[in-house]
Write a protein that binds this ligand. Sequence first.
Ligand SMILES: Nc1ncnc2c1ncn2[C@@H]1O[C@H](COP(=O)(O)OP(=O)(O)OP(=O)(O)O)[C@@H](O)[C@H]1O
Length: 217
Amino acid sequence: MITFKNVSKRYPDGYVALNNVDLTVESGEMVFLTGHSGAGKSTLLKLIAAIERPTSGTITISGQNIAQLKPAAIPYMRRKIGFIFQDHKLLFDRSVFDNVLLPLQISNFDNNTVAARVRAALDKVGLLKKEKSMPVALSGGERQRLCIARAVVHRPAILIADEPTGNLDVEYARDIMTMFTSFNQVGVTVLIATHDASLLEDTQHRILSLKQGKLAA
Ligand SMILES: Nc1ncnc2c1ncn2[C@@H]1O[C@H](COP(=O)(O)OP(=O)(O)OP(=O)(O)O)[C@@H](O)[C@H]1O
């Protein structure tokens, strides 16, 4: 379970991106986070992964207070989380395989186990045949699928995606959403920030709406 209690985030330049946010996401839930550009969606997601730290308030994941974690404890906490960044953050000088390998490099698995896990993740997103390709040779949709493989390779309990369908056409966007739904169906908690109204039209999942750093009731 993820909970926010009275969470605010003020950036060093003084801008208040989140203002007293209270929120609960149950384990195994799939939730959309929506709101206009600049509403604070990315900030909220980054706080969950301790990429940004709150100015005040309490954030707990499975009972652990993220706001009070010492820097040395953050990499361990992040093993619970897979993060799909708005700007991808792929390494363009490494192959598809090596990009997915990265999150496993701090693990203690042997080489065969690691390779099997990387291939299983690539298989889930339909990129197994491209393991030797470089990211530059992939289409926009394939790059997004690569980001998903990298986010799930360590089998996180929580999957966070920031505008995962941003530049994709409708069909690709639907494929990507089907992947998230299937991760959720096997118990992964999924949070997706989007301002793509078409993704939200027929959804059965909860939609949280941010407006100027505040969560709408
Ligand atoms: N590192 C930072 N320093 C200062 N201000 C920031 C920083 N990061 C974000 N902001 C500001 O905080 C506000 C919220 O940004 P955030 O990226 O969380 O919004 P968002 O809802 O994800 O928007 P978008 O959909 O455009 O990505 C914006 O006004 C942004 O300019």
